[in-house]
Design a protein around this ligand. Structure first.
Ligand code: ATP
Length: 903
């Protein structure tokens, strides 16, 4: 598409005024202009993944040796070895390919969304579906989804540093040029893709999309989930190198010693290399990645989207969760319950979804016509309001509901926008002040949007031709400080300190009932062009509006789980101290003796002072986003691993600073989401706890298969090494070693990564962040069991040699023992605390299936005559089977008996 075309289309869009494009038109344009994306990052091609499977140095050498042995006449053996390598490669390919695709799917889930008006309805769509002409709505914290021309702007400030390098936010307006004018680069009425709305609200018509945007020119700046390696992966890479060197040295010694003892040169070379291929746990990093990817998928099912892979590991170490209150610990479904105005406290009846219900003083119903200040309070709340309430769709209702809806009082309403504002709009509706009524009375001409730093918002409206008013609502303590008069039942009087104190007392009482309280005030202006900073001063106080926001039921259980898991839950909220404490008490975050610290108190503290009390503090109230940063910093200094939630644009620094930054998927701004490592798709506190649980499970499962793989590999190397030291013939042939590797290392190890959580996973304290993967005796468990596997195999080999003096039978028995000991050990790895007799075997069906497949594979090469020749195996007799079974079971029985399996 050419730019001129897009511009032409854009004009059509703007003409559509406030209804935006129709869905039909948008799809037509989407087809024409393509997706609104910057060039896709190159995907890893399947061919590359497949070729990578053969790029391992040892595999190349093994292939080379096999080719040589083909020329030396060992055709069947060579073909089999190549087949084994190929099957291994295919397995590796399938695993990696699946992981790659899973990660890609996750990335697309995290893709940015855009708010657009289509067919007159405000909706959220994936930003890539935006087309020229779309009418988009922007708010503080949004990343601008495409280049667009403003048609409405309220105090819009945009951070364009991404494009211009200029760190100061640019004030945007409907004017084309700034005062200095001239420069086309500085068009003030345009917003650009990728820049961030710092303040204000706007509507803009999309002008260019995708590669035609300014951002499109700087194509490599695309954001996405980072493909970062986790600390564990890095450490394993490091460890892997030492294991490789160690194995290579041992394999070299085995080969040289064999040659010196007179074994055939080529057989020993092949044996050494096969052993190296089998012993080097080259699959380890891949399996760690698979375990992480599977875990990430499981977390997604529980509504936690991981943006940065290292967070999966850090989650298991979390020792403090700092959570917002509204919407995370509470439902964010607000209903106005109380109004204080004109010296009276009114109860509001009915629910938060319809205009049904009314007002009462005590139990006595009252009509608001007689209580003007209360009506005025709702009028201000209804006008100073950006929520859109619309009739709920009748779809889910029965016939009765549909009939009821005809009567407007029974009509159920749905709100889009801030739930606080929706609740007030519905309460205003109960007083006969529906949005239509208010729209007829007032015309909004300006707005100072709400922000959690100022804790209030103001709109400027005209009534009739001459009257201009500023209406303000916000945190009562903030509002009251901006007022010098009060609207009483008997008219407007001076607001003195005594009245202020009594209002704050009433506010405290309402807050004590866990109500979220807002104050409302107004002032009449002389003209439409009042200075913005003067709008919120010399106001007339009108009243308080109190609403309930019930705690989420699942939060109570999640907090209990946190406590059992040694994790401290902390509430951080912009809300009033008393409201916050009341809710915190209900969900058990706060108990007698805990501290509650307010934003004002934090302002008077330095980091050291906070550090002294932070461990005893359960609630931080009336805080601003800047305080969150201080809290994270101090908790981290105290040695905690901190998870911190955030939604607003100003929360991003704290979310970024936290060990685990958690953004809200529903209410969160793009900027906070980009700063986070996890996004909660349902904004729910319980989801953080679920993610922590999954994080612990993943780490545990990684420990399980590291234990398994390393113990098995030690067993294999030891068998060959000790056999050589003892002057025995080769206990296993190269092809047998490769088969053991294929049978035991692949499927069972992956299946261990799927192991369900152990029951007590959330009853253990958090893991230390610097804790070694081999901590808590894992290394000795691995060494001990590795040695036992090696010794059992050698014992079987030497015993059969002793009784039968037939090397093929001895090798077959050793071959079988090596596999069976490993397949028994895989079950032992399910727990570090329980013995094989206590471990639930059937709670991981994939593991059981993979063990059955592995058993069939080993029995197949021993008992299928066609394969016996290739693998140099012979069928075993009862006596040999007894020996195999005896030695294979010796270790687990001994461990169980003496409880040495980690107890
Ligand atoms: P949390 O930080 O837990 O999400 P919160 O929603 O109370 O809680 P903020 O959004 O920072 O935190 O709000 C701070 C205060 O500002 C609120 O307690 C309320 O008094 C006031 N407030 C909230 N929303 C609005 C709004 N839309 N208009 C005016 N004032 C508001």
């Amino acid at each position: 598409m050419r730019v001129s075309e897009a511009k032409a289309e854009n004009t059509t869009g703007s003409k559509k005024g406030h209804t935006g494009l129709s869905q039909k038109e948008a799809s037509r344009k989407h087809e024409k202009y393509g997706p609104n994306t910057i060039v896709q990052k190159k995907k890893v091609s399947p061919i590359k993944i497949l070729l990578d499977q053969f790029s391992d140095f040892m595999v190349i050498i093994l292939l080379a040796c096999t080719v040589i042995s083909t020329f030396m006449g060992e055709i069947t053996e060579s073909v089999t070895i190549i087949a084994i390598i190929a099957v291994n490669a295919v397995l590796g390919f399938v695993q990696e390919y699946k992981t790659e695709r899973t990660m890609e799917a996750l990335k697309s889930l995290a893709a940015p969304a855009a708010r657009v008006i289509r067919d007159g309805i405000l909706c959220s769509i994936p930003a890539e579906q935006l087309v020229p002409g779309d009418l988009t709505v922007l708010e503080a914290g949004d990343r601008v989804p495409a280049d667009a021309i403003l048609i409405e702007a309220n105090n819009l400030q945009v951070d364009e540093s991404l494009l211009t390098g200029e760190s100061h936010p640019v004030e945007k307006s409907l004017q084309e040029y700034g005062k200095e004018g001239g420069s086309t680069d500085k068009k003030l009425n345009k917003v650009f893709m990728g820049t961030i709305v710092i303040n204000g609200r706007a509507r803009a018509v999309v002008h260019s999309t995708g590669m035609l945007t300014e951002m499109g020119r700087i194509a490599d700046m695309i954001q996405g989930i980072e493909d970062e390696q986790t600390p564990l992966q890095k450490r394993l890479d490091h460890l892997g190198r030492y294991i490789v060197y160690g194995c290579l040295i041992i394999c070299f010694i085995v080969s040289v010693a064999g040659i010196l003892r007179g074994e055939a040169l080529f057989t020993m070379l092949l044996a050494g290399i096969s052993l190296a291929v089998a012993a080097v746990p080259e699959g380890l990093p891949a399996i760690v990645t698979i375990a992480l990817a599977l875990g990430v998928q499981r977390m997604l099912k529980r509504n936690a989207l991981i943006r940065k892979l290292p967070a999966v590991e850090t989650l298991g170490c979390a020792s403090v969760i700092c959570s917002d209150k509204t919407g995370t610990l509470t439902e964010n479904k607000m209903t106005v319950r109380k109004i204080y105005a004109g010296e009276s406290i009114l109860n509001v009846t009915g629910d938060g979804h319809s205009f049904e219900g009314g007002f009462a003083i005590g139990n006595k119903e009252v009509r608001l016509q007689k209580l003007y200040p209360a009506k005025l309070a709702l009028e201000i709340g209804g006008i100073c309001n950006n929520a859109k309430i619309s009739p709920a769709s009748d779809q889910d209702k029965g016939a009765l509901g549909k009939i009821k809806s005809v009567l407007t009082k029974h009509q159920r309403w749905e709100g889009s926008g801030d739930p606080t504002e929706t609740a007030i709009a519905i309460a205003a509706g109960k007083a006969g002040l529906s949005p239509e009524v208010l729209d007829r009375l007032y015309t909004r001409i300006d707005e100072l949007p709400f922000d959690s730093e100022r804790k209030c918002m103001t709109v400027v409206c005209t009534r009739g031709v001459r009257e201009v008013f500023a209406f303000t609502k916000g945190a009562p303590d903030v509002i009251i400080e901006k007022c010098n008069k009060i609207h009483t039942a008997n008219g407007i009087i001076e607001l003195n300190r005594v009245i202020k104190k009594s209002i704050m007392k009433i506010n405290d009482n309402m807050a004590g009932e866990a109500l979220r309280v807002l104050g409302v005030a107004y002032r009449q202006l002389d003209s439409k062009s009042c200075e913005k900073r003067q709008l919120e001063q010399d106001l007339i106080f009108v009243g308080l509006i109190g609403m309930i926001d019930p705690p989420r039921r699942e939060a109570v259980e999640a907090v209990r789980k946190c406590r059992m898991a040694g994790i401290k839950p902390v509430m951080i909220t912009g809300d009033h101290k008393v409201t916050a404490t009341a809710i915190a008490k209900e969900i058990d975050i706060y108990s007698e003796g805990d501290r509650v610290i307010t934003g004002d108190e934090l302002d008077r503290m330095d980091d050291e002072m906070l550090a002294r009390v932070a461990d005893d503090t359960a609630v931080y109230a009336r805080v601003s986003p800047k305080h969150k940063l201080m809290i994270v910093r101090v908790l981290k200094k105290l040695g905690h691993i901190v998870a911190m939630t955030g939604d607003g644009v100003n929360d991003a620094p704290a979310v970024k600073e936290a060990d685990i930054g958690v953004a809200m998927g529903v209410t969160g701004t793009d900027v906070t989401k980009e700063a986070s490592s996890i996004i909660l798709m349902d904004d729910n506190f319980a989801t953080i706890v679920a993610a922590i649980e999954e994080g612990r499970v993943i780490y545990n499962n990684i420990r399980k298969f590291i234990r398994y793989m390393l113990a098995c590999n030690i067993g294999e190397v030891l068998t060959m090494f000790l056999g050589m030291l003892m002057g025995l013939p080769l206990p296993l042939l190269p092809i047998q070693i490769l088969w053991v590797n294929l049978v035991t290392d692949g499927l069972p190890a992956i299946a261990l990564g799927l192991d369900p959580p152990e029951r007590d996973i959330m009853m253990r304290p958090p893991r230390g962040s610097k804790e070694n993967i081999f901590a808590h005796g894992l290394l000795s468990l691995i060494l001990f069991r590795g040695i036992l596997i090696g010794l059992s195999t050698l014992a079987v080999f030497t015993s059969v040699m002793h009784f039968k003096a037939d090397v093929d039978t001895a090798r077959t028995a050793a071959f079988l023992t090596l596999v069976i000991t490993q397949l028994i050990h895989v079950f032992e790895c399910k727990s570090e605390k329980k013995t094989i007799f206590e471990i639930p075997v059937f709670n991981n069906i994939p593991l059981v299936i993979s063990v059955v497949i592995s058993l069939a594979m080993i029995l197949g090469v021993i008992y299928i005559p066609a394969l016996q020749g290739i693998f140099n195996t012979v069928p075993l007799e009862a006596g040999e089977w007894l020996m195999v079974a005896g030695f294979s079971l010796l270790a687990p029985i001994a461990s169980g008996f003496f409880s040495i399996n980690g107890k």
